[in-house]
Design a protein around this ligand. Sequence first.
Ligand SMILES: Cc1cc2nc3c(=O)[nH]c(=O)nc-3n(C[C@H](O)[C@H](O)[C@H](O)COP(=O)(O)O)c2cc1C
Length: 268
Amino acid sequence: MHFSEEERPIAIQIYGSQPETMAEAARIVEEVGADVCDINMGCPANKVLKGCAGAALMRDIDLAERIIAAVRSAISIPLTVKFRLGFNDKERNFLELGRVCEANGVQAVSMHGRTAKQMFRGEADWSEIARLKEELSIPVIGNGDVREPGDALRMLAETGCDGVMIGRGATKNPWIFRQIAARMSGGRVPEPTLEDRRDLILGHFQMVAQRDPDKIALHKLRKFTGWYTHGLPHGRKLRQQINQLPDVESFFRALESFFDELEVGRAA
Ligand SMILES: Cc1cc2nc3c(=O)[nH]c(=O)nc-3n(C[C@H](O)[C@H](O)[C@H](O)COP(=O)(O)O)c2cc1C
């Protein structure tokens, strides 16, 4: 729950299956100064489902409602709920859960247009986001498969949703938000330069390395490098190389020489 002021407005998400515990968690979220508390009712990971949390709550709307009501009355900041189409294709009950959210004072909902069973397979079904938007009066945030700036504009136009949430697209291209903003105001879409990439990656990694113990930092850095270097020349070689590196220091050296070589290659 660490964040910096420049990240505001910031939402912190909680997940769980016990109304009282969730209410307590939400109070902590409010205390640390988050602007919004979000409840996760969409996570399809087995370890979360086993505890009857995340998307498992879509199969128990009564419990979902008790959680929402308990959390809503525990805090005064806005509350949002994130969910999927349903648990599986036969149980697409997002309209029901959406109505429960609205009836219990939730300020906005976001929906990923896949079922939990689908995980990340197939395509997100945006037409169901449009149905949810028609059904509810609270704001609906659409989610799923926004990879390029143009996808965000298309989702807004096709579904009528009030906002767009971006997951994987932002981990590969953290500039996607300013690119969308530029498109929306009719401006040019700024392409990140090699220097922008270098600054962002090293800046992010320095923050991680300062805060986390070496082993945890190294694990995170490997994960982020995988995302950030997609589509860069020799990105795969770097990804293979960093899996062998023993510590954060050697990781930074490898990354810096990767960018130095890219710059030399570009100049040549
Ligand atoms: C590595 C990873 C971690 C995620 N963690 C969360 C999470 O903690 N809470 C959540 O609501 N969704 C989580 N999601 C799901 C995304 O928020 C989003 O719903 C999903 O990736 C579909 O959107 P996208 O096509 O823009 O990626 C995660 C997705 C990925 C790939």
